[in-house]
Ligand binder design. Structure first.
Ligand code: HMG
Ligand code: MG
Length: 313
């Protein structure tokens, strides 16, 4: 079994992680979170979402967030853009990559972006053209690829149909998303194999929510197929407002612990991410959802205490 030797992690906590928070968080907290993630070495950070503030009030300050972050050279800062209005705002804010986000389920498409799958592609077409004309990277997310909160099972063919339509728009990267975290590894591997039959595997990403505790297993199954891009969220924050009951994305700390333990390179400083996970959990006033984050933070705290004790001896 040959696994990828390096993986790109797209850190989504500042967008997917925070979008579902009921209490509006200060822009300064979002900026600090992104700055800490940049300093930890993430190659790609989902920083904002240019959607209707009536639909997702938490993401209303995307322009201010983008204006105040400290960018790390070479890192890609992405934002969700459902239509031209969102694209224009994202372009003005200076994002490096825009994300059109559709679904493999008709019901979820209606609930999330208020239109059918076919209508969503019509809305994405001018966004895709404008992004490519402006030299901005174009990513496409396909929600409910492995199950839908309204329709249940989603046929693989539905996912392939949407991938094909996104491909026709000139997309650079495709996020195969398990929005409600229901997938199991064999099913995930089968879907990834089917998608890899249509597009280069280097352009495929796995976006797993961890509702049923299957996300790491699904990442491993995807790695075995050859997928080398994964999305994760520090402290396991996250959830979609239009996918009731779905919990956060797989925790970045857990993913890094697994990948680094398998000798897979990410270029990210796990110790730093553990500190960020603890910091953001404190800001939100609740414990981390990351097992590795919790264990490693305890270890860091014990070693800091031991250092302090030996200094004062
Ligand atoms: P709509 O109501 O059908 O759109 O919403 P509309 O064109 O009729 O516009 C209605 C109002 O929204 C107008 O304002 C527009 O100006 C405004 P009004 O005249 O009423 O004052 N508007 C906007 N404002 C700011 N930015 C925009 C924008 N567009 C319209 N871009 C729309 C359609 C798509 C806009 C709406 O349904 C929406 O914003 N949905 C957001 C959905 C969302 O953000 N969901 C969470 C992200 S997806 C996700 O989490 C899944 C993912 O993680 C992968 C996975 O896990 O599956 C990516
Ligand atoms: Mg998501």
């Amino acid at each position: 079994m040959s696994l990828p030797t390096a993986v790109k992690i797209v850190e989504v906590s500042a967008r997917d992680g925070l979008q579902n928070e009921k209490q509006f968080l200060d822009t300064a907290i979002k900026v600090e979170l992104i700055n800490q993630l940049s300093a930890a070495g993430f190659p790609n950070i989902e920083a904002a979402s240019f959607v209707s503030p009536k639909w997702v009030p938490q993401m209303a300050d995307g322009t201010e967030v983008m204006a105040n972050i400290t960018r790390r050279d070479g890192a890609i800062y992405s934002a969700l853009t459902p239509n031209m209005k969102g694209f224009e705002a994202a372009l003005a804010a200076g994002v490096d990559e825009v994300v059109i986000f559709g679904a493999a389920s008709e019901s979820f498409s209606q609930k999330n972006i208020n239109c059918s799958i076919a209508e969503s592609i019509d809305r994405f077409a001018p966004v895709a053209k404008a992004a490519l004309d402006a030299g901005v990277r174009l990513r496409a997310s396909i929600s409910c690829s492995l199950g839908c909160p309204y329709e249940g099972e989603i046929p693989v063919q539905n996912v392939l149909d949407v991938v094909k339509r996104m491909h026709d728009l000139g997309v650079h990267e495709y996020d195969i998303a398990d929005t409600i975290g229901v997938a199991t590894p064999v099913k995930t591997a089968r879907l990834m194999e089917a998608v890899a039959g249509m597009i280069p595997i280097e352009q495929m990403a796995g976006h797993f929510h961890d509702t049923y505790g299957q996300a790491l297993a699904n990442i491993l199954a995807s790695l075995q197929v050859g997928v080398s891009i994964f999305h994760s969220s520090v402290a396991g924050l996250g959830g979609c407002p239009y996918a009731k009951g779905a919990t956060g994305n797989v925790a970045t700390e857990d993913v890094l612990y697994m990948l680094h333990g398998m000798g897979i390179h990410t270029g990210i400083d796990l110790d730093q991410v553990v500190k960020t996970g603890a910091w953001v959990s404190e800001q939100l006033g609740r414990p981390t959802n990351s097992r590795a984050g919790k264990a490693l933070f305890l270890k860091q705290s014990l070693s800091a205490t031991n250092d302090e004790v030996s200094r004062t001896k």
